[in-house]
Design a protein around this ligand. Structure first.
Ligand code: PGA
Length: 235
């Protein structure tokens, strides 16, 4: 595991973007897994800047997002599809039909999960997966539980996650209670993983995830078993 400590959020954004840019330069037609939340916002800003400066070409890149809320359409201001458009896709030359986010409005959610897994496999798998970490150790919406969920599935959000995500909504009752998320198996199949953790409030869970027992009670702890993980963390 490669651990990079940074002093501030701006540096985290820069170093995260440089790491992803390296992957895109090495394989411009490759497959990148993306994440939402506050932590990657600076990374996306820097990637857009690198594109504007002429350093990066997204025209052949394929992306898969980790997750999406159930019941929100892609045009909903709180959907992760909309988040990605606003923070990255609308600022670079990526083809929208090469960007994938699970469809939280699908009539048959299980069929949508199966379709998503197939799409990832058909694209040749994920070269580099970007991850944040929740205060309870979740990655994607894989919440603490009795086992590591394998594939893309419907997840029930925990109270802690609903509380944490309420900041993006007007009221906590508006936060969807369910989401579609890549499973731990989906994430672990990515060839490389970049985990970002920002803020002193993430310090303790990051320590437990990286150095504590490997347990589904701390879903991110499974990353200790992955052969190619880079962690960029700091305040
Ligand atoms: P955050 O979320 O980046 O908004 O802290 C991380 C996560 O819950 O995965």
């Amino acid at each position: 595991m490669n651990n990079i400590h940074v002093e501030d959020a701006e540096t985290l954004g820069r170093k995260g973007a440089i790491f992803i840019a390296g992957q895109i330069l090495a394989r411009p037609e490759g497959v990148i897994g993306l994440a939402t939340g506050s932590t990657p916002v600076g990374v996306y800003r820097e990637l857009a800047r690198l594109y504007e400066s002429g350093w990066l070409d997204f025209s052949r890149l394929i992306t898969f997002n980790l997750d999406e809320y159930c019941g929100l359409s892609g045009s909903d201001e709180n959907s992760y599809r909309r988040f990605m458009d606003e923070h990255l896709f609308d600022h670079v030359n990526i083809r929208k039909d090469n960007t994938h986010v699970p469809d939280g409005m699908a009539e048959d959610l299980q069929a949508e999960c199966d379709r998503y897994e197939r799409l990832i496999a058909d694209a040749g798998g994920i070269d580099l997966q970007l991850l944040g970490i929740g205060h309870d150790g979740h990655i994607g919406f894989n919440e603490p539980g009795a086992h590591f969920p394998a594939g893309t599935h419907v997840a029930e959000l925990t109270e802690l996650t609903i509380e944490a995500n309420t900041r993006f909504f007007d009221r906590s009752e508006q936060v969807p209670r369910r989401a579609l998320t890549m499973g731990i198996g989906t994430i672990m199949k990515a060839r490389r993983i970049l985990l970002l953790a920002s803020g002193s409030d993430k310090k303790e869970i990051l320590q437990r995830a990286l150095y504590g027992p490997i347990t589904p009670e701390v879903p991110a702890s499974v990353l200790q078993l992955h052969p190619d993980v880079t962690v960029i963390s700091g305040v």
